[in-house]
Design a protein around this ligand. Sequence first.
Ligand SMILES: [Zn+2]
Length: 505
Amino acid sequence: MRFIRAFCLIIAIFLLAQNAQAQKSVYTTNDSIFVKSIFNEALLRGHSYSRLGELCKQIGARLSGSDAAEKGIIWAMNMLNSYQFDSVYKQNVLVPRWQRGTADKIEFQSPLLNTLIKQKNTFSQVQNNIAKNAFPNSPNALYECDQFLKENQQIKSWYSLPACALGGSIDGNVKAKVISVNSKKQLDELGKIGALKNKIVLLNQPMDEALLNTFSAYGGCVSQRVQGANWCAPFGALAVLVRSVSHKCDLHPHTGVTHYEDSIKKIPMVAVATAAADIIDYLCKNDPNFYLSIQLNCKTLPDRMSANVIAETKGIKNPKKVIVFGGHFDSWDQGEGAHDDGAGCMHAFEALRILKALGYQPKHTLRCVFWINEENGLRGGNEYAKLTHENGDIHIAALESDRGGFTPRGFGIDTSILPRIKVFQSLLDQFGIGTLENGGGGADIGPIKKYNTNTAFISFIPDSQRYFDVHHAETDVFESVNKRELELGSAAIAAMIYILDQQLD
Ligand SMILES: [Zn+2]
């Protein structure tokens, strides 16, 4: 009996010692030196910015199922192969294929605007008339209205405004009067009295400017883009215009996915720039003869085989245990998918490169993934979770970067591991990345939950104030990414992966 008790005690001490070795309760000088060397490597010899430049300028936009996305995957495989990681490979993923037409167009007729131009006959007076009413709260509204009116100083029978089909929209030609609404509640009230019948509906709810977390503001109004057709079609609306989900008052429409429920009649779904939405809102409320026409010729083609792209460094202690990190490789077809999410892919690749360049030998397998089809299907994330489960991989942690290449602030961390990460709090604070929020996750890593109940989910959190200025718009180009901000993000992610590798079993 005494022998058994002594034996158990020895085992317990051994396990405690093992645990103490695996999980630090304080970070060491070596940790400090190593994290500093990660930042030095990113800032002095970084590859993320130049690689993002290649991706944006040689490939450009990478909508799932497009030729450009496939060309991009070849580029990514060649790029990753040039670094001699332990392995670089693809996972086949069948993706949907929606194609924008050549002529997304919205135009309007407005006797009121004609009168303003004729009566006042000077550009600044017309500008004041519209701008003051249409943009009461937007500081840059005069400038944006200026842009619009500069092109419209002559009376025209049709004035055009910048707009683009939302992803997944059907094609169509519609001409009708417009009704503008600011909320779902207002929409339902008007719908019930028949006011939406045979109209084009403008869903004009703006982002809540008071919210510091811009992702919360996005979450507060993006449903009008995703659900707009399902809300409006049952009330007899002919088409929907959706105010771009952006803080910026400008003339660039922001696209994004829209969804049709099987039960509804499909109607065209169009994104209009914020300034264009304000102009339409003002004119449709003040001009009884305001008409708008929509012309879309987008289409959905059969699915196409595409791929997730993966690079990894094998773990020396537990190769079957994986720390996965990445971003999504596909983008919308506007702009170059620079912040969304070329930046996230380059963060992940660079984190893997930095750790290899510093000679770090991870305990667990470090896996960088460029997921395909996050924007309009999530097929890449779903297929990844399924295939790795079939392969017997155990995900101990999954980190996603899909909030742009802006200055890193910290991470959202799974509650279960937060205390172990907080051990490094003061070290992370030294690099400006000490914001450790409770709870993490991401669209592409989400499906891993189906198969791994113990995975710790982490989201990368950069500054969010400028993200929605360019999100899903033609302005999301390489030039909108700052070199140092991107490099700091890569270093932050490399540091977090190092900490996860040290602190998790
Ligand atoms: Zn994204």
